[in-house]
Design a protein around this ligand. Structure first.
Ligand SMILES: [Zn+2]
Length: 597
């Protein structure tokens, strides 16, 4: 009894210290918070030397913890139920996870600026590689309001012990959670801002339908905490110099707009439509009205032969993508919704030359979980693989489609889309994307993972972030030092302005993946490749077990290393620790290693 009491005193003391440190940091004083967390960590480590913890230098909060000694929470395990195979129930796994952040040995290290913030478990998924283990998705809330982009992936053992986790948390440095302006005023402010954005001539073709229907476009808003570091990633957040605010997250069509709930100022916006790069446009005078005419339906057995090429290709290529995920990773569907999961594909959409995955109903989407194809795009297996992978990503890490996390989202779609092409269509596979789209070729593709900068026939680079986007300036960065933001001319002049340049910065991560698989020399560093199969295993495990909605480029590269090291322990993975050293070499070659690692 006595020992429990004194432990409680020690923890309370640490929390008070942390709050004082956070207040200091807010006033611009030197933050002593990392040291305080260090004390907590030291204490935990003295009891468990295997413990590995990485602390975010900006927030002072732990972002990665490995090697926790499996200890079960008696309050949870007492009365926990198990099914016939000995698997604990989802309810008990959730209780374990929430109790860990509330009262576990490291809970004091997660003390934020507000003691009203809580960690809530949202979802339990089974680990695809380790039987009986679960991966729990968590987020922070304050007074019940979600902290946008705050998230974690917590690994819980079959015995109901937390063994490791990755978190991207906010200090939740906000005062009142009562908004000063109404939801209606926030929607008004968001609509005004969107009107301004649409008045510019950016992205003429793709946004014209929203322009035409703008006045009647439905809008909804919910309160969230906006922390720029979580939404925008390290580099863009540092440039924006914003603080954490209570905000109305307003959704109008494909746009998300964060409105300050106190001042009504628009804090940030981004387009959440996950697409490939715009390409050459043909006016084929096709319709816009969903759902159109049904040509194939596997449930009813309906099939109108002969199928037009686009419909036939959409059907066949979607099947190959599903087969890839099932054969390699045991996945049972794109979203894994169970038996009722149906993949609907809409082909020959209007004048569009894009293909995209829909996460909700907008002017250009019939609803969530659907593929929409512009003319001829279904023939390109890498494109179909890319777009359907956006669906898998949305069901797992759900990386926010903006700035850094959006670049990772795009890159994972490129990586897995390319691996799908290699496995399902080996004769025609390559590391360039979209070469089968009208207007592009293998020598002049949309993106090139081997050389994201791309080169013209004379060997001149097609990437200069300080010049406007053009046919001879359409490459991507291939190193973190060249990271592109919305203000850089190459991005500012494109539709990618709306997403925080996700289709540019994916090049950095694409090059990372290419080096892991194929090896090569980059920026003076030599990497030995480990092959495509291992790259696929690593990418998929990182996606389901480690990445969170706000993982940045560096976090994600590190997640590849973590996933690799875990896979070494999986029977039949064929991986050993030297493979993971190659992953680290590639991480350094593209500038994604954390300083001091
Ligand atoms: Zn995409």
């Amino acid at each position: 009894m006595r020992s429990i009491f004194s432990y409680a005193i020690a923890v309370t003391g640490a929390v008070a210290l942390l709050h004082a440190a956070a207040a200091l940091a807010q006033e611009g004083g030197a933050s002593s918070k990392p040291r305080s967390v260090e004390q907590i960590v030291q204490e935990a480590r003295s009891k468990n030397p295997a413990l590995r913890i990485r602390v975010d230098p900006v927030t002072g909060l732990p972002v990665k913890v490995r090697g926790l000694r499996p200890s079960v929470d008696p309050e949870v395990t007492l009365g926990a139920s198990r099914d016939a195979s000995g698997q604990p129930s989802d309810d008990d796994i959730i209780k374990t996870t929430e109790a860990f952040f509330r009262t576990g040995e490291l809970s004091a290290a997660f003390a934020t600026a507000s003691d009203r913030s809580k960690v809530v478990a949202l979802r339990v998924r089974r680990d695809p590689d380790f039987k009986g283990q679960s991966i729990v998705h968590v987020e922070q809330r304050i007074d019940g309001i979600p902290v946008f982009g705050s998230s974690g992936r917590v690994h819980v053992s079959p015995s109901l012990a937390v063994t490791q986790f990755t978190t991207t948390f906010s200090l939740v440095d906000v005062g009142s959670t009562t908004p000063s302006i109404t939801k209606e005023r926030a929607i008004f402010a968001a609509r005004e801002r969107l009107r301004e954005l649409l008045a510019s001539d950016k992205d003429r073709k793709s946004l014209d339908r929203l322009r035409a229907g703008f006045e009647t476009a439905a809008a909804e808003a919910e309160l969230v905490i906006y922390d720029p570091a979580l939404v925008r990633g390290r580099k863009a957040a540092a440039r924006a110099k914003q603080t954490t605010r209570l905000s109305w997250l307003t959704r109008i069509d494909q746009f998300r707009i964060f409105v300050d709930a106190e001042t009504g100022e628009v804090l940030y916006f981004h387009s959440d439509q996950r697409w490939m790069m715009p390409r050459q446009v043909y006016d084929l005078n096709r319709g816009f009205l969903f759902p159109g005419v049904k040509l194939v339906d596997d449930v009813s057995g309906e099939r109108h032969e002969p199928l037009p090429d686009d419909a036939s290709n959409a059907y066949l290529n979607a099947g190959r993508v599903g087969e890839f995920y099932s054969r390699n990773f045991g996945r049972t569907g794109i979203l894994e919704l169970g038996e009722e999961e149906l993949l609907s594909a809409y082909v020959q959409y209007g004048e569009s030359t894009n293909a995209y995955w829909c996460t909700g109903q907008t002017f250009d989407c019939p609803g969530s979980g659907a593929m929409v194809y512009g003319v001829s795009t279904p023939a390109a297996l890498d494109v179909v693989g890319h777009e359907m992978t956006h669906g898998v990503i949305s069901a797992e890490a759900d990386l926010t489609y903006a700035d850094e996390s959006g670049a990772v989202n795009e890159s994972l779609a490129d990586i897995l889309g390319t691996l799908i092409e290699f496995q399902e269509n080996p004769g025609e596979a390559n590391w360039v994307l979209g070469e089968k789209i009208p207007g592009y070729a293998r020598t002049s593709a949309i993106r090139n993972m081997a050389n994201p900068n791309m080169i013209d026939v004379d060997g001149k680079s097609l990437f200069d972030r300080n010049k406007p986007y053009a046919h001879d300036n359409r490459g991507q960065p291939d190193h973190y030092d060249d990271y592109v933001t919305r203000e850089d001319p190459i991005c500012e002049t494109t539709r990618d302005y709306f997403t925080g340049c996700v289709h540019f910065n994916s090049g950095i991560f694409n090059k990372f993946a290419f080096l892991i698989s194929e090896g090569g020399r980059h920026r003076g560093r030599v990497v030995k490749g480990i092959g495509r199969n291992k790259l696929g295993r690593i990418a998929y495990r990182a996606l389901v077990a480690h990445l969170t909605p706000s993982s940045g480029l560096q976090d994600s590269a590190e997640a590849f290393d973590d996933a690799c090291r875990e896979l070494v322990a999986v029977d039949g993975s064929g991986m050993d620790s030297s493979d993971c050293d190659r992953v680290r070499e590639a991480q350094s070659a593209v500038g994604l290693a954390f300083a001091g690692t």
